[in-house]
Design a protein around this ligand. Structure first.
Ligand code: TYD
Ligand code: MG
Length: 453
């Protein structure tokens, strides 16, 4: 009989398994990601089959009720989750170290335990004392919150079986390990096996589980992308380290819309919700300055106004310098090429710096027109009226294309006291009559520039 293999090579990016080392992963095309990890025959090999051997049931006989959602008491989080935590769901919360994942989840525990729900917070990273110190910063807790510092999955499974909590927090998935998987915690096989264990617990016992996941410098949850496929919901916590606000973005959600964002501010006493992000983002906008314009981006179902700043100046070098912060660098280059070719602006000898104020990241095409206007305003040194917002997608021929949800964007601008909106002509034609705000439809970039003189 052939000797059973004891090791295999795993792609650290997507979890692809191979019997030999390879330079490039055939599945995700990443280079140099294969690491040798031991594979031990799983003791649970037959177990999974037994658990899933249920009888088929009729769709109509399955009962659902929306009350199943558990409200966390943090509206911004509930919004990103699609209305609250769905019982029995597995939620991955990813983000850079120090961004506030543990703080947010401890605040969730605080709120849920005051609703008399049984919550178990399992930490593999901090000691009980450290958690207590953090909890004291955040505020008062009821006495019912259960804490456990443990990384061994068998012990954790035992504790969950005994305590039967409604909600479990695992901080973090990379510290958890199963004894029957012989590779180190944090490796692909460990993370994958641990996640699948938690999935079985979540589905089998109808417990909602939050998994904290660390992010690599490329911005994905460390280790396998398989993790994202396994869980029901993936939330990313992002934000500029130097800015106070944090954005929680839903990247995948089986129970709600994706790309929904929640905005928080890190304060002395934990995370506070920002109920009106547009107002927050526009705070400190300079008045009458050239190269500054307000644009509107839809994040999920919510319109958010942001200030786009551009600085265009003559380049002292042969190759002009260009940077883009908060938006796609290539997109900025493309828009400058459109301006050069279709409007005739001599931008090729200019340095250009484009920045979304506040360090927020937005990639919706509707901000194109805002970027274009900011660049032109800086190039011509002509300020754009402070009470004007712009939105629209720009095409390669210099045409301004329609964007969706134009009405919500206009209403948001009106709510915040703006007086004029420059928008695609096509979108304007489909809008109902909105009073109290001037709408200017434009067909091309040239038209839009004509409006600022
Ligand atoms: P943390 O939740 O530990 O981050 P993560 O779990 O994502 O690694 O957040 C830690 C940061 O938040 C740290 O830099 C201190 C700061 N912080 C506050 O500013 N106020 C607070 O009340 C708390 C608890 C943390
Ligand atoms: Mg933490």
């Amino acid at each position: 009989m052939a000797k059973a293999k004891t090791t295999a090579y795993f792609c650290q990016s997507c979890g692809y398994e191979s019997s030999k080392w390879m330079g490039q992963c055939p599945a995700c095309r990443e280079w140099n990601t294969f690491v040798e990890e031991p594979v031990a025959p799983s003791k649970n090999a037959g177990k999974l089959q037994k658990r899933t051997a249920n009888e088929p049931v009729k769709l109509s006989s399955i009962e659902t009720n929306t009350e199943d959602r558990i409200h966390t008491g943090i509206h911004e989080l509930d919004r990103v989750l699609g209305g609250g935590i769905v019982a029995g769901s597995l939620i991955l919360v990813g983000g850079d170290p120090g961004i506030g994942k543990s703080t947010l989840l401890l605040q969730v525990c605080q709120n849920l335990s005051t609703q008399n729900r049984k919550v178990l917070y399992i930490s593999g990273e901090e000691s009980l004392r450290q958690i207590k110190i953090r909890a004291e910063r955040i505020g008062s807790f009821t006495n019912d919150l259960l804490l456990l510092c443990e990384t061994n999955l068998e012990v954790i499974e035992g504790a969950i079986n005994r305590m039967k909590p409604e909600i479990v927090i695992i901080d973090s998935i990379q510290t958890m390990y199963r004894e029957d998987v012989s590779s180190a915690p944090g490796s692909v096989s460990q993370v994958r096996e641990s996640t699948s264990t938690f999935m079985q617990i979540a589905k089998g016992m109808n417990i909602s589980i939050f998994l904290v996941g660390h992010v690599t410098k490329e911005g994905v949850v460390a280790g396998p992308r398989v993790l994202e496929h396994m869980v029901d919901t993936v939330l990313y916590f992002e934000g500029d380290r130097h800015a106070a606000y944090r954005i929680l973005r839903g990247v995948k959600n089986r129970f709600g819309s994706t790309n929904e964002i929640g905005v928080f501010e890190m304060r002395e006493k934990g995370l506070a919700e920002v109920a009106n992000p547009s107002e927050f983002m526009l705070n400190g906008k300079p008045e009458g300055a050239s190269g500054s314009v307000v644009a509107c981006s839809m994040e999920g179902t919510r319109p958010i106004l942001i200030e786009i700043q551009a600085l265009v100046c003559h380049s002292n070098f042969g190759i002009p310098r260009r940077t883009a912060a908060g938006t796609d660098f290539n997109r900025v280059n493309l828009l400058m090429a459109v301006l050069e070719k279709r409007v005739g602006l001599q931008l090729s000898a200019c340095d250009a710096y484009v920045n979304l104020a506040g360090g927020i990241k937005m990639n919706e095409p509707a901000v194109d027109l805002g970027i274009v206007m900011a660049i032109v305003s800086s190039f011509k040194n002509r300020p754009i009226d402070d009470k004007t917002i712009v939105f629209g997608e720009v095409g390669l021929s210099g045409e301004v294309r329609a964007v969706n949800m134009a009405e919500q964007r206009v209403l948001e601008a009106k709510k915040l006291g703006f007086e004029t909106v420059i928008l695609p002509k096509v979108s304007l034609d489909s809008l109902p009559d909105i009073k109290g705000i001037v709408l200017k439809g434009v067909k091309t970039v040239r038209d839009a520039i004509g409006l600022i003189g």
